[in-house]
Design a protein around this ligand. Structure first.
Ligand code: MN
Ligand code: MN
Length: 351
């Protein structure tokens, strides 16, 4: 069944009349047309009969026609009311409650006489959760480019270089490999600075015998990677070294448990168990990982509260960490595809 056919089925199952998709990433996922509309109205309407209509600013119409999307198009000028160009009434409309603004909600109510709204969020998340082979091909490439970024960054390390300089160097160099955008702000943190799991790279200078944490990813053919490597520059302290090996073991053991049918919560339990056993449980303050795809963080959580089962085609991150103030911050993160029989690590930078 195509994605649109599955959504039409959902409209019928929920006894609704139509779906109004407003998140540009979901619109791209469903149409193959990508746009950042800013404050302008941009939405895909799918009726229970399966009719698709894309509302776009007039200035985007030619690009829509050149895209894979083949449904109806309503282009509007900045001075026009886009809703007035579509004559319909919907009693029940499915919307993305995590995205639609209150302003748009009110506009839809007025324009289409909507009596009740219902959420389509979970259905869209579930659709995006399992990747097609084309999506996996893009994600494999995105992960390999992230590996390359770590290699570039590691080779640039020297005493006195700043975190910000390493970030700039990585981002400039990876552009020569066809990357135009990182999937989030590149993170390079030195020594004790890495003990803040979401620190900001700055003017901190690299010294001998400390760890360097790289957390980065690229967007390749619309798909994101997100990996972390922590590398030793010289010989960090014995405790820092010990922490590194605990994190590495926690990550490896959790990854090896990945196969269809295993609860996501089980992966978190395995990694957390190893870290707790070693006495560092309180220094691992975040979930084990998250879904990855068109967005760097997407459905679903790899946490102890998510008991959903792994399915072939899902891509998740596994990223345990231990952050001890004034000692060390270590995180290791890989992008893992769930396969029919187990897993494939899309990222392969050395550990
Ligand atoms: Mn990351
Ligand atoms: Mn991550």
């Amino acid at each position: 069944m195509t994605k649109i056919a599955q959504l039409v089925q959902t409209i019928q199952d929920k006894q609704a009349d139509a779906i109004w998709v407003s998140n540009p990433i979901n619109i791209f996922y469903l149409t193959g047309f990508k746009s950042e509309p800013h404050e302008r109205l941009f939405a895909l309407l799918i009726t229970k009969e399966g009719q698709q209509t894309l509302f776009v600013p007039q200035l985007d119409v030619e690009e829509v026609k050149a895209s894979p999307y083949d449904g109806d198009i309503i282009g509007y000028l900045d001075t026009e009311n886009p809703y007035a160009k579509y004559d319909a009434k919907f009693d029940t409309l499915l919307i993305e409650e995590s995205h639609l603004t209150v302003q748009r909600y009110n506009e839809l109510q007025t324009a289409f006489g909507v009596q009740s709204f219902n959420s389509i969020d979970l259905t869209l998340k579930q659709l995006r959760n399992v990747k097609t082979s084309d999506e996996i091909t893009a994600m494999r490439q995105a992960a390999q480019l992230a590996d390359k970024c770590v290699e570039i960054g590691t080779a640039f390390l020297k005493v006195g270089v700043t975190e910000r300089e390493v970030v700039n160097h990585i981002e400039n160099e990876i552009k020569k490999h066809g990357v135009s955008e990182m999937s989030f702000d590149t993170m390079v943190l030195f020594g004790d600075h890495a003990a803040a799991p979401h620190g900001t790279p700055g003017e901190r200078k690299l010294q001998n015998d400390e760890y360097v944490l790289f957390d980065l990813g690229v967007i390749y053919d619309y798909y994101c990677s997100d990996i972390t490597r922590t590398v030793a520059f010289g010989n960090p302290s014995k405790e820092a070294h010990n922490i590194y090996h605990i994190v590495k073991q926690a990550e490896q053991t959790a990854i090896e448990a990945i196969k269809p049918g295993v609860p996501l919560s089980e992966l978190d339990r395995i990694a957390r168990g190893i870290i707790e056993e070693a006495g560092y449980g309180e220094y691992f303050p975040h979930r084990l990982g998250h879904g990855l795809g068109l967005e760097a963080h997407e459905y679903q959580d790899v946490s102890h509260t998510n008991h959903n089962l792994l399915e072939a085609g899902m891509v998740i991150t596994i990223e345990p960490g231990i952050y001890v103030p004034n000692v060390a911050g270590v995180r290791i993160e890989d992008d893992i595809l769930v396969t029919e029989n187990g897993y494939e690590s899309l990222s392969n930078a050395p550990k």
